[in-house]
Ligand binder design. Structure first.
Ligand SMILES: Nc1ncnc2c1ncn2[C@@H]1O[C@H](COP(=O)(O)OP(=O)(O)OP(=O)(O)O)[C@@H](O)[C@H]1O
Length: 197
């Protein structure tokens, strides 16, 4: 039986970078799951690659059919944007293992949907000072740095990933990414290999 590995962590903890490396690793043979969104497609994006792009009506239909596994809604300046995962046949645990990026909240929904034994959380931890420095460095490189948004996310994440919530979700598998990212990737790789046997 396959497993779903759910990579999560605060903003700038290294999720995207670690995800890309784990997916590339042929030994692990982890499958991707394409999420859904109602936000408009950006230049360079293709439907079914980064996301499946749906409109509000299509979202409502999926919701009615009970196919939505987890969802988040962001109230943006452009209206409500939804991000969601759909039970559309992409995840077939008899066919292999999967890697997804999520939040503590989405982990709980996915765990409850597929069963605790089938969903393995991988929580990336970075000390606050290092994470802020990396976030600042990333922002510095933007044409129009948004330091206010960076700070907002930093503070929001402190809440969303509070030690209380981590304990409540019973997430115990934690991986430090304070040093070289390769060390963290290697540690997670070894852990996944051990889990998938
Ligand atoms: N171990 C590390 N050493 C140095 N820089 C790192 C390390 N890990 C991540 N970074 C840098 O931190 C930044 C954030 O990494 P990444 O985008 O992978 O994080 P993320 O958790 O997906 O962030 P977000 O949720 O904000 O999109 C990138 O600039 C990345 O190069």
């Amino acid at each position: 039986m396959g497993r779903i590995f759910l990579l999560m962590g605060k903003s700038t903890s290294g999720k995207d970078t670690i995800y890309r490396e784990l997916i590339k690793n042929e030994e692990l043979r982890l499958n991707q799951v394409i999420p859904y969104t109602t936000r408009p497609m950006r230049d360079g994006e293709t439907d079914g690659v980064q996301y499946f792009f749906k409109d509000e009506q299509e979202y409502q239909n999926l919701k009615k059919s009970g196919k939505i596994i987890e969802e988040r809604t962001y109230h943006t300046n452009y209206g409500e944007w939804r991000y969601f995962t759909v039970d559309d046949g992409q995840i077939d645990l008899s066919a292999g293992n999967y890697l997804v990026i999520g939040t503590l909240e989405s982990y709980c929904y996915i765990r409850d949907y597929f069963g605790k034994e089938n969903v393995i959380p991988l929580l990336i931890d970075v000390d606050a000072k290092i994470r802020l420095q990396r976030a600042m460095h990333r922002e510095d490189k933007q044409e129009h740095p948004k330091y206010d948004e960076m700070c907002r996310r930093f503070l929001a994440d402190e809440e969303d990933f509070s030690e209380d919530k981590i304990a409540q979700a019973m997430v115990q598998d934690r991986f430090k990414n304070n040093g070289k990212i390769d060390d963290c990737i290697n540690e997670i790789t070894r852990y996944i290999i051990q889990k998938i046997g």
